[in-house]
Ligand binder design. Structure first.
Ligand code: HAM
Length: 429
């Protein structure tokens, strides 16, 4: 037998058992973004390598060691996108969407990073992101944060913590950088190889080190918040005031620096403690310099992206995955199968939101009920010989402790529709 071909490490199939949860998540963030007036933008998966090198930064984990970069047949260096912000800014500049305009955009799709795979960290993963252009104030930072908070509520997610910080202007960051290098240099013998290298090239990234042995040194480092320029400090103060006013709970974390270089001023992360090491489900901030850095006219911008696998994992741990399907229709015998086919069609006309599986393949009622249970249905409809004779259909509750009901079919399926609608709260009347 020929050798079987396997999927690439860290890149996963999304199997049918999982697709309903994905669709539910896709629909929920789509509605949530639309409710705030955001428009979808669909972007290519492959971009010129230079786009990411210039925006995310040469001295970052992503650009140094995680990108899927290859030469195409023309000899051009291309990269599978590791994130969406750079592409969004590139597209905005290219199509004239940014200059003197305000834009609220969202996107979703696969991203690629050659990281060490583990739970919550994959080489192909999915993000949904929102990006805004042309708005410089803290009001849009606050909007992005309340929009993400609304999404958690709509999904029913609990226990997400919000951390915020300000990275200040690039001038203030440069001044802070000198202080930081001075401080870290004094502790150089205790730094690890990675941090020593970063000390010269990108010292702020040392603050983001996950090495527990550096925790003490990092804790003693000068705080970026004390080094903010006046305008950034006022911006951050106003953001906090807006969040307080709308009842969003947050923690100011002066060590939050993010792993991408394009940020300035506000940065934030939503973190869950239920996911182990990969607990950040959503992250973002302002990137006021990026558009100009990519050749556009200076345009303030801010956004975030969330990791969809992590959100789905969290929904699993909090038992929020939607059940599937709503109803399994057991038809016993060929006459019932014939009548059942027509009845099921009428029900689908009447209740377009209901998910209804009609049994296929002859089987005893017991076997069909086993299938109904395995499919995860909440209700079974039963049409057997007795029901056919009495012109009724039985409604059996598979998840709740409720007596089976018998519903007359009559001329119209209205009564049955009512029974189903009251039995399955997911079904709208
Ligand atoms: P990021 O922090 O690199 O930011 O990624 C955002 C989120 O994507 C993370 O918080 C995490 O949930 C998810 N994520 C990242 N890498 C992986 C991975 N290997 N496996 C699974 N999930 C992952 C950005 O990408 C920025 N573009 C966010 C942004 C948008 N900032 C402004 N606008």
């Amino acid at each position: 037998m020929p050798k079987r071909i396997q999927s690439i490490r860290g890149m996963h199939d999304i199997l049918p058992a999982r697709s309903r949860a994905w669709q539910h998540l896709d629909a929920t963030f789509g509605q949530c973004f639309a409710a705030y007036g955001y428009h979808e933008i669909r972007l290519p998966i492959v971009e010129p390598t230079e786009l990411f090198a210039r925006s995310i930064g040469e001295v970052t984990d992503i650009v140094e060691k995680e990108m899927y970069t290859f030469e195409d047949r023309n000899g051009d260096s291309l990269t599978l996108r590791p994130e969406g912000t750079a592409s969004c800014a590139r597209a905005g500049i290219e199509h004239g969407l940014l200059h003197n305009q305000q834009q609220r955009l969202w996107y979703a799709g696969p991203m690629f990073r050659h990281e060490r795979p583990q739970k919550g960290r994959y080489r192909q993963f999915h993000q949904a992101g929102a990006e805004t252009f042309g708005m410089a104030g803290p009001d849009i930072d606050a909007e992005l944060i309340v929009m993400s908070a609304r999404l958690w509520r709509r999904l029913g997610l609990e226990n997400l913590r919000l951390e915020i910080n300000s990275l200040g202007s690039s001038a203030a960051r440069a001044a802070y950088r000198e202080h930081l290098v001075e401080y870290l240099s004094a502790h150089e013998p205790r730094l690890d190889t990675e941090s020593r290298r970063r000390l010269d090239e990108n010292p702020l990234r040392v603050l983001d080190s996950k090495n527990p042995e550096l925790r003490e040194i990092i804790a003693g480092a000068p705080s970026l918040l004390n080094a903010l320029d006046d305008e950034s400090a006022a911006h951050f103060e106003q953001l906090r005031d807006l969040l307080d006013g709308v009842g969003i709970v947050y923690k100011t974390n002066p060590r939050l620096v993010r792993g991408l270089d394009y940020y300035s001023r506000t940065v934030f992360e939503w973190i869950s403690d239920d996911l182990g090491a990969q607990g950040t489900v959503c992250a973002g901030g302002r990137y006021d310099g990026l558009v100009e850095q990519l050749g556009g006219r200076a345009t303030p911008a801010a956004g975030f992206a969330m990791g969809l696998e992590r959100i789905l994992d969290l929904m699993d741990t909090q038992s929020l995955a939607p059940e599937m399907p709503d109803v399994y229709f057991c038809v016993v015998g060929s006459a019932a199968a014939r009548a059942g086919l027509a009845l099921a069609e009428r029900l689908r006309d009447e209740l377009p939101d209901m998910r209804l599986i009609v049994n296929a393949g002859d089987a005893s009622l017991r076997a069909q009920l086993r299938r109904a249970d395995k499919a995860g249905a909440r209700l079974a409809l039963i049409l057997g010989e007795d029901e056919m004779a009495a012109n009724t259909v039985a409604v059996k509750y598979l998840r709740e402790n409720q007596a089976q009901q018998s519903v007359a079919l009559g001329e119209s399926p209205g009564v049955l529709r009512h029974a189903l609608a009251s039995a399955v709260p997911l079904i709208k009347q």
